[in-house]
Design a protein around this ligand. Structure first.
Ligand code: BGC
Length: 735
């Protein structure tokens, strides 16, 4: 439909029809006989269902078609209903959780993954995904760090952009693609003390330098929607924050797509004490430019009244409605209201070999090797014991993979069978302990050790017997799936007690121990690193988890993942990020002295810093060389290093470029990631790696409250993680 016809359609719509385009109903409203509002008012329910512009949570091609047919038949202008769902790391083929995707430092594998997720979901009736999450995260206590790609604005920006491109493709009307919604605008990840739904206090310059860039990259990549966040930002809830939504999002970032609230967020402005009542909340949200009210009655019950009272203009309403209609039109729904969904197509594309292969590749690239003493990995024993609650666990996906079937997942044991099938390696397995302590409250239910499952003591005895038999023990430990995600903040970020007990028993046996940790956040690993011969962080790897992990354990593939978030020594260091300030009293390199910034009882630095991760080989990075020492305005400096694989096997290392502005009109971080390159080298091979540095890479939000660079000294560092001290200075002289 062209723009003129779309406007004609808008003109023909009644006021009620228009208002209802801005209302999103939960999927259960469309289940037969369901009440939408919770009120015993059938006529009202039926009317809302007949006119609501969008719904969320429904998938299944036949189901969607049936609902769409019925809806369009009853809608006065036969406008299609829009179907949205959280497909954040997979529909049926589940990819590593976003934090794991961040660890790949590989935008192409992330883009491909998103395009597969889109293809499966679109064939199954989904039209919009509530992804990617561009929230910068620094506090591992927050449960939703699992949904982010980490603590660095530059890396997040690249990842968010890759995801948007993957979901949307070249044109969202293509039935293999979805419209993408960048969320949660803004700074949701900065919630105080990692407490979900909470207040965020950040200065203007930190907001702009750290928190906003990733969302901006998603918008630049063409995301069709943006979602408001639950938090207040400096005292103002996002869904009523006119400065954030109108001035920054619409004007500065030039976002002209649909702005949707998060679930219930408009009504929650009343609980926050920002809106007096639902009508006030609706007024504030419309003023801020929020187009769709997700699952509250704020808009449906009040926009009419606001127009009558003259608080909302019809033009203001029309503007929002037109954006929703335009989104439907961009998706091609006026021509094909199912957006290509069909059961036949779904069966063809779902969990295809190609999709599984790309997911497997994403898994092996996401695994981060933190320890590998005396080359404990790859596995070399003839008798291998896979012990622990994750050895044979199918729940390898993460939060929001509501549409997947865990039965499709490949466990480590499944993959070990394939890997060692024809060889002389024998492997056995034991659960070792239950995932959590019986009775642990996960908020959505208490974890119960099922009757048929054995108690921890018996499980431990079996594990000890097995460990005695084995040459090598692969201990498969981790957080329970329900321990990370929305509303899962943790004050203790360690492994569950039964698993720590199992670890201690195994470590005391003096055998070679390879520890795998499945997690949705950086953890306090306690004694695990010291007492393990190798330590591999697996995040939440998804459907192909077992395969990807065995590819690495067996040595078919050298690990290359890098931490997208710093791992602390203990929870007391949180929030923790590498790109911090130096302070006026930095801790000396040697012994910390009194009156410097320090903890008395733990280091200042991360236990494992951002960007850290080993391979099966060793790499040497030469000193940084610059082709010149002074950078002009439209100029570039080339910074180069020679990278040598000094180990005895081929591997891929990620060479990272960091820059420090030595003095600015506001203090500048000790380091900021500005680029990275993957280098694949065979044993003994060398390669020159170069990065161009240009003036725009040196800009920040200056004392003049604008993005600019300032003349002066900079240090450029090139290394294999954010702790590198391999640097040299240059100067910026714009005139
Ligand atoms: C979450 C969003 C999600 C939405 C819809 C909310 O609770 O914060 O991230 O997209 O629900 O499911």
């Amino acid at each position: 439909m062209n723009e003129t016809k779309l406007k004609q359609l808008l003109d023909e719509m009644s006021l009620e029809e228009k208002i209802m385009q801005l209302v999103q109903l939960p999927g259960w409203a469309y289940e037969e006989g369901a009440a939408v509002t919770g009120l015993a008012d059938d006529a009202k329910n039926e009317n809302m269902k007949r006119l609501a512009g969008s719904t969320l949570g429904i998938y299944g091609a036949d189901k969607v078609k049936k609902i769409q047919d019925e809806y369009m038949k009853n809608h006065p202008h036969h406008i299609p209903l829009l179907f949205m769902l959280d497909v954040i790391h997979g529909h049926k083929t589940v990819f590593p959780c976003p934090l794991g995707q961040g660890a790949t430092f590989d935008t192409e594998v992330v883009r491909k993954g998103a395009s597969i997720q889109a293809k499966e979901a679109a064939a199954d009736g989904v039209q919009v995904t509530f992804s990617p999450m561009g929230d910068l995260v620094r506090d591992a206590r927050w449960g939703r760090v699992v949904e982010s790609t980490g603590e660095d604005p530059y890396l997040n920006g690249l990842m968010v952009s890759a995801m948007v491109k993957g979901y949307q493709g070249e044109d969202v009307s293509d039935p293999d693609h979805l419209a993408s919604c960048v969320k949660h605008f803004a700074a949701y990840g900065g919630a105080v003390a990692g407490r979900d739904y909470n207040n965020v206090e950040v200065s203007e310059h930190t907001l702009r330098e750290q928190y906003l860039p990733a969302y901006a990259e998603g918008i630049k990549a063409g995301a069709k929607l943006v979602m408001t966040s639950f938090n207040t930002l400096n005292g103002i809830p996002s869904s009523g924050n006119t400065y954030l939504m109108r001035d920054i999002l619409r004007k500065e970032m030039q976002f002209d797509g649909v702005l949707i609230s998060d679930w219930g967020a408009i009504a929650e402005m009343e609980s926050w004490g920002f809106a007096e009542d639902l009508k006030d909340a609706a007024d504030l949200a419309m003023k801020a430019g929020v187009d769709i009210d997700m699952c509250t009655e704020a808009y449906s019950g009040n926009l009419g009244k606001l127009i009558e009272e003259g608080k909302l203009s019809v033009d203001g309403l029309n503007e929002a409605v037109l954006r929703v209609l335009k989104l439907k039109n961009d998706l091609g729904l006026f021509e094909d209201p199912y957006h290509g969904a069909s059961d036949e197509k779904f069966k063809k594309v779902v969990l295809s070999n190609e999709s599984r292969e790309i997911a497997r590749d994403a898994v092996r690239k996401s695994l981060v090797l933190l320890e590998n003493k005396k080359n404990a990995l790859p596995l070399s024993g003839k008798r291998i014991a896979f012990i622990g609650p994750y050895a044979n666990e199918k729940n390898l996906h993460s939060t929001w993979a509501i549409s997947c079937d865990p039965e499709d997942a490949v466990t480590i044991v499944d993959a070990a069978k394939e890997c060692y099938g024809d060889s002389d390696v024998v492997f056995r397995t034991a659960q070792g302990c239950n995932m959590l302590k019986n009775g642990t409250d996960l908020g959505m239910g208490v974890y119960e050790v099922k009757k048929e499952k054995k108690e921890n003591e018996k499980l431990l005895d079996e594990a000890i017997d097995l460990a005695e038999w084995a040459d090598e023990i692969v201990l498969c430990l981790g957080e329970h799936i329900g321990q990370s995600g929305e509303s899962t903040s943790r004050a203790m970020i360690d492994l569950p007690k039964p698993q720590m007990k199992l670890f201690k028993e195994m470590a005391d046996m003096g055998k070679k121990i390879i520890t795998l940790v499945f997690c949705g956040r950086p953890l306090d690993l306690k004694k695990i690193p010291e007492k393990s011969d190798a330590l591999l962080i697996c995040f939440r790897p998804g459907t192909e988890g077992g395969h990807g992990i065995m590819d690495v354990l067996s040595g078919k593939y050298s690990p290359q993942g890098k931490l997208p978030m710093s791992f602390p020594w203990c929870v007391g260091q949180e929030p923790l990020n590498y790109n911090a300030y130096n302070t006026g009293r930095p801790k000396p390199q040697q012994r910390p002295t009194i009156f410097t910034t320090r903890y008395l009882d733990c280091p200042n630095e991360a236990r494992y810093p951002f960007g850290y991760g080993l391979t099966y080989s060793d790499f040497e990075v030469s000193k940084v060389e610059l082709d010149k020492k002074v950078l002009g305005k439209d100029d570039k400096i080339t910074a180069s290093v020679t990278v040598k694989n000094t180990g005895d096997s081929a591997a891929t290392e990620t060479i990272q470029l960091y820059i420090r502005d030595m003095a600015g009109s506001r203090v500048r971080p000790v380091k900021e990631l500005r680029g990275f390159k993957k280098v694949s080298l065979s044993a003994g091979e060398t390669e020159k790696v170069s990065f161009d540095i240009t003036e725009d890479m040196l800009r920040f939000y200056t004392i003049n409250n604008c993005w600019d660079s300032e003349d002066g000294k900079f240090t450029v560092y090139i290394g294999t993680d954010s702790a590198t001290l391999n640097g040299t200075e240059f100067e910026l002289k714009k005139q």
